[in-house]
Design a protein around this ligand. Structure first.
Ligand code: UGA
Length: 448
């Protein structure tokens, strides 16, 4: 992990930070700020999570997080508290990192943000800066401001800011301490000065905007990255129809610096807690304001279709799925995480099960979480702790998450263990000609 310049042990007597919500964003933010030298209080309504944090156990896997937790419980810079009121009344800056899950119509559910805003309003008398860090649709920060005022705080003693996060799961701690940009949506110079002081140790462009613009930057960033992925997946479909190679198309596109090579990897689509939820919330808020958001609706449709297309490819090799044994390698929504939320790999596995296939599943990290979405059933859905065990007597094996260890598999051994050597590669991990030379019937995404 890159070391950053740590502040003086007591950087500023007037700034004390509280982080409300200690999930993927909140806990990384709290410990990242502690690493920068700030004194940070943290709270979460989930008492089990809070107890685990207090006991020094990071409640989810994220490289570098456990080390920072050990370090800053020890240094005393990070102090987890059970009581929300206490944590708010002892801080001058409160970062709101609570969840903004989606409702069934795709709209973001902002009730947690609203509820904390009311707690802030009722329990504070002196100056407070409230920073929205949760991903929320444009105008939410303005609503937080109105709520805090309406329930008891006068405008001269409160500032609202929006400071979106761009952390990626699996590299969140690194991303927090080495950001490519910091966006600060503010309404006053007072709020701007405090936030610039807090982030002074991080050397990167700092873009100061109004509240609505900052919120839009966050949603637009995720929407744009999702659009790149669905775009290349659409091109991959055409490559499959015409015998062209999508990996070369991505390379050719990426050499144009105006386009860039990243997020042009074709595959079974994007998943995780952020992209699918955020493009729906972004499309929804746009439509509420009368804006034609059909571009993002198409991005989502293309993404949803990835699973069906991949299953259709498998069916074209296996004919019937019912009663066939399929090994699935990879369940996390991407490598480097144990997260299976909206994972396309899990969606493929569930779809196979619906069609009567028996599943032998392996993931280096995510098996334990996948069980809640796809419960084990003896002889029908079985989890293994070794990829070679998972492929035994399989009629087909599918690689659905590009964990580096799958690229290193001894495919000769895999072939011998399988009943029928059909290999489906949902993330273009292997070189088609080398795999076919080994005797596999092989299919991947957008490649001849
Ligand atoms: C994403 C953004 O990258 C972060 O900047 C943002 O802060 C975060 O959402 C958030 O809003 O909290 P993350 O969800 O961790 O981060 O995952 P990504 O690494 O962006 O990948 C998302 C999905 O896209 C994965 O399923 C991945 O497999 C897929 N993907 C990515 C592709 O299918 N092709 C690509 O070329 C790149």
């Amino acid at each position: 992990m890159t070391q950053i310049k740590t502040l003086d042990p007591s950087p500023s007597a007037d700034i004390s930070v509280s982080v409300v919500g200690l999930g993927h964003v909140g806990l990384v933010t709290a410990l990242g700020l502690a690493e920068m030298g700030w004194r940070v209080l943290g709270t979460d309504q989930d008492s089990r999570k809070l107890e685990s944090i207090k006991a020094g156990e990071a409640p989810f896997y994220e490289p570098g997080l456990q080390e920072l937790l050990d370090k800053h419980l020890d240094s005393g810079l990070f102090n987890p508290l059970a009581d929300l009121d206490d944590s708010i009344s002892r801080a001058s800056v409160v970062f709101l990192c609570v969840g903004t899950p989606q409702r069934s119509n795709g709209e973001a559910d902002l009730s947690q943000l609203e509820s904390v805003a009311r707690s802030v309003a009722q329990r504070r008398n002196d100056y407070l800066l409230v920073v929205e860090k949760s991903t929320a649709p444009v105008t939410s920060a303005q609503w937080i401001g109105r709520t805090v005022e309406r329930y008891g705080h006068s405008k001269d003693r409160i500032d609202i800011a929006c400071n979106p996060e761009f952390l990626r799961e699996g590299t969140a701690v690194h991303d927090f301490l080495n950001p490519d940009r910091i966006v600060l949506g503010v309404e006053t110079d007072r709020a701007k000065d405090i936030l610039l002081q807090i982030y002074a140790p991080l050397d990167c462009p700092k873009l100061v905007t109004d509240l609505n613009t900052a919120e839009l930057i966050k949603h637009a960033s995720n929407a744009f990255l999702s659009t790149k992925i669905s775009f290349i997946n659409m091109v991959a479909n055409l490559c499959e129809a015409t015998g062209a190679d999508v990996t070369k198309v991505s390379e050719g596109l990426g050499l144009d610096p105006r386009i860039g090579r990243s997020f042009l990897n074709a595959g079974i689509g994007f998943g995780g807690y952020c992209f699918p939820k955020d493009i729906r919330a972004f499309a929804h808020i746009g439509e509420v304001h009368g804006v034609n958001m059909s571009l993002l609706r198409a991005v989502e449709d293309i993404n949803l279709d990835r699973v069906e297309r991949f299953i259709a490819r498998l069916r074209s090799h296996l004919w019937m799925l019912n009663g066939k044994t399929v090994a699935v390698l990879g369940l996390a929504f991407k490598p480097g995480t144990d997260d299976v939320r909206e994972s396309p790999a899990v969606a493929v596995a569930r779809r196979l099960r619906e069609d009567g296939a028996n599943l032998r599943l392996y993931d280096p990290q995510a098996g334990i979480h996948a069980r809640s979405l796809l419960p084990a059933e003896p002889g029908r859905v079985e989890y293994f702790d070794d990829p070679y065990k998972a492929v035994q007597q399989a009629d087909a094996a599918l690689v659905l998450t590009e964990w580096p260890e799958f690229a290193e598999l001894d495919l000769g051994r895999v072939k011998k263990l399988m009943r029928v050597p059909i290999l489906g590669d949902g993330r273009n991990v292997y070189d088609p000609s080398s795999v076919r030379k080994l005797g596999f019937e092989y299919f991947s995404v957008g490649r001849p």
